[in-house]
Design a protein around this ligand. Structure first.
Ligand code: MV4
Length: 459
């Protein structure tokens, strides 16, 4: 096992990794920007190194500073958390060439899955169902031909994108010239590559993802699914496991397909395979995330497994324990992402937390790095806490979430707590009746369009 790990992240996920290390008896190194010198991940790590100014390009994305910090402190491995450098194949390569273990899959797999069009083609070739789609489009003529073959409406996606950024819908051939060029220009500006491709557009899908974990010995398991349909502007707000839409037969069938395909690829460590579900409840591969995800606690609560400790054990060469092959989902877990944002406009809100009460009691977990009188800086993602509630069934989880939200006091900044309370009381949410349009009724369309992009830095 490793003696010392560097955590290349901040906020609640940096603390989450520190928890795992402490329980495994591993020493920890925090890195932090000048805006984070009073942060809890700095306080609870055994050592901490300042890696630069507040701006992420100069600190949490600064590969040279982070590698230097690992070398100076004699760390043996780096946990990237989510966001930042977690899905950067170059970073994973630099770690390996600096004799540091990157806690995650191989650089080649990260690179493959980072190209959304290539990932889609590969997963379809290996047998996962995917929506009809094109390869990267090289001309207007080809685009017209492909859209006709797929059938309108189609959606344009950036090959280097993911997470929904830069997507556009095309409903008729006459829209192709303008939208194609706009999408290519946007993709170039946002991701440094103009490559875009088409997929058949589903108008009101659900987002369902399978959690996997693979070891270096060729063993890979799935840990069931999470329903992540409640999103706004491609940011998940509520996640739960299991999904009300997945029965045992579907879970076993799709889970087995996922395991088969990823075993063929030689996938190691934690990963998530995302699907869209259409109105006929068919699942179609969307993309794969090669990192631990924000919403991993809901899977931890229904499986009883510690995913972050297992990531570290696998990176150290250990095999998956036999219990992981006999996973059983117990009860139901829901996560609400508590973001420091205005609940009406979703405008991020920095400031000092003047009052704080963190709920507890049976079945309640709060992952956070905030504390009373701490400053929430404006430079980073607005997620300040994750409230996760487990119950014996979905109804108990919802009722537990309602009372935990009520007992969550967070003063000094505005948060999404009031929005989550409304969602937990919504009859459609309670009945499991929702799709990607669910949150549209909670924010007037005009308002949503005016909102400046949040600092999506750490996801
Ligand atoms: C789609 C889609 C409809 N059809 N792809 C992809 C990434 C995710 N964040 C948004 N994505 C979508 N891809 C096809 N072919 C609709 C969405 C989508 C969505 C998906 C899941 C949850 C919320 C969403 C909100 C808007 C759009």
């Amino acid at each position: 096992m490793f003696r010392k790990i560097l955590i290349a992240n901040r906020g609640e996920i940096a603390l989450r990794v520190i928890c795992a290390c402490k329980e495994l008896g591993i020493r920890t190194v925090a890195v932090y920007s000048e805006a984070d010198s009073a942060a809890l991940h700095v306080r609870f790590a055994d050592e901490a190194i300042c890696i630069g100014p507040p701006r992420i390009a100069e600190s949490y994305l600064n590969i040279a500073s982070i590698i230097s910090a690992a070398e100076i402190t004699d760390a043996e491995a780096i946990h990237p958390g989510y966001g930042f450098l977690s899905e950067n194949p170059r970073f994973a390569e630099v770690c390996e060439s600096s004799k540091l273990t990157f806690i995650g899959p191989s650089p080649d797999v990260i690179r493959l899955m980072g190209d959304k069009d290539q990932a889609r083609a590969k997963m379809a070739e290996l047998g996962l169902p995917a929506l009809p789609g094109s390869g990267v489009l090289r001309s207007e003529e080809e685009a017209e031909e492909e859209a006709r073959r797929i059938g309108y409406p189609v959606i344009v996606k950036a090959a280097a994108g993911g997470g929904g950024r830069g997507m556009r819908i095309i409903r008729s051939p006459k829209e192709i010239p303008f939208i194609l060029r706009t999408a290519q220009a946007e993709a170039e500006a946002a991701f440094g590559s103009p490559a875009v491709y088409f997929e058949k557009y589903l108008s009101s899908p659900r987002h369902i993802e399978f959690q996997v974990m693979g070891d270096s010995n060729g063993k890979l398991v799935h840990l069931g699914e999470r329903e992540c349909t409640i999103q706004r502007r491609h940011q998940k707000l509520v996640e739960e496991s299991p999904s009300t839409q997945i029965d045992d037969e579907t879970r076993e069938r799709v889970g087995a397909q996922v395991v088969e395909v990823l075993t063929k690829i030689g996938y190691t460590n934690a990963g998530t395979v995302e699907f869209l579900m259409d109105e006929d409840r068919e699942l179609y591969f969307l993309e794969m995330n090669t990192r631990i995800q924000v919403e991993h606690p809901v899977t931890e609560m229904v499986t009883g497994f510690d995913l972050v400790k297992q990531q570290i054990r696998i990176a150290a060469g250990e095999r998956l324990p036999a219990e992981w092959e006999r996973v059983r989902l117990t009860g139901h877990a829901i996560e609400c992402r508590i973001c420091a944002e205005d609940p009406e406009t979703f405008i991020p809100c920095a400031g000092t937390i003047t009052g704080l009460n963190v709920p507890g009691g049976p079945g309640v977990r709060v992952d956070r790095a905030i504390y009373t009188e701490c400053v929430v800086p404006p430079y980073y993602d607005s997620l300040v806490a994750k409230l996760i509630c487990h119950g014996c069934d979905r109804s108990e989880a919802i009722h537990r979430m309602r009372r935990a939200l009520e007992m969550f006091i967070l003063e000094g900044i505005s948060t999404l707590i009031p929005l989550h309370e409304r969602i937990m009381h919504d009859p459609d949410f309670r009945a499991g009746r929702f799709n990607t349009g669910f949150l549209d009724r909670y924010a007037p369309a005009g308002l949503k369009a005016e909102v400046p992009a949040a600092s999506a830095a750490s996801r």
